[in-house]
Design a protein around this ligand. Sequence first.
Ligand code: ADP
Ligand code: MG
Length: 352
Amino acid sequence: NISASRPVIRQLDETAINRIAAGEVVERPASAVKELVENALDAGASRISIDVADGGKTLIRVTDDGCGIAAEDLPLALSRHATSKIDGSDLLNIHTFGFRGEALPSLGAVGRLTITSRIAGAEAAQIRVAGGRIEPVKPAALRTGTVVELRDLFFATPARLKFMRTDRAEAQAISDMVKRLAMAEPSVSFLLRDVSGGGEGRVSFRSDGETGDLFDALHARLARVLGRDFAENALRIDATREGIRLFGYAALPTYSRGAAVAQYLFVNGRPVRDKMLTGALRAAYFDFLSRDRHPAAALFIDCPPVLVDVNVHPAKSEVRFRDPGVARGLIVSSLRHALAEAGHRASTTIGH
Ligand code: ADP
Ligand code: MG
């Protein structure tokens, strides 16, 4: 029977599409935290608190004091490819963390999501979605900003549920993610609490918004996140070449680590993991470190958005430079210069 075996092409329904997209956007609880905190930052929040339970598997709650979402926009926030951040006409000029309009619909398709929000001059409202089923908007109570609560991540996708690691490992990944975002935004106050088992919870990371100029604020934040020791052993980096600026702090070779664990790279304020950039970092320290040691650094590359494509991967942790050579050369030469100068200073001091 030919007709029984003939493939039939069907349009997938919205929930199925969102679950498939969730597979790319939300790999694990830490990626959900990333999406929600980035939304809070995009909303102009100055205080962000993150509560998680059981490694984020049962609860992730992000509370911000940002601009909020209007009650009538709440259903749109949950609909796919709906965003307030770009209008689609200029994909080469993106200044926000988000722009794809995928995170909330994806999270709502694989978990139980409740968004409560209030914009200035209006009453608060709430919307819920669980496993893709959206409930009507209803009135709520909230002083300001937005609270996004995600419960039972991946309950609707059992296969994905199985891939989660231990609560401890997931909690660790969340803490790393929050710290990266905290480094990217020194002026914003962050609070990360583990509320497993209910109650007040246990603070796993806290940092008030830092004040002062770019370098003062960044230095203070790095001391918070990476420790006083890093901050006291870090060289200030600031160099610009062909429209690309590199700034931040790179540790003295004596502060190096046995593993590449303290390397934080940001492109236009976005935490990234990029082989080319970490390769450049390694190359810069090549003459200053033995083979089994790894440099520690927090480095920011700022460039006109047209010189770098962040739309390479749904999670946006990969970037593509139009001219990778310039970024690489800038890192290698400015770090080498700073390290050589520091080495020279040290040797003349000892010589005296
Ligand atoms: P994107 O961030 O790519 O726009 P999301 O699915 O993450 O897509 O969010 C959809 C929309 O919901 C955002 O464009 C924004 O308008 C709104 N939104 C989400 N989170 C917040 C928040 N914490 N504060 C204010 N608005 C928010
Ligand atoms: Mg977003």
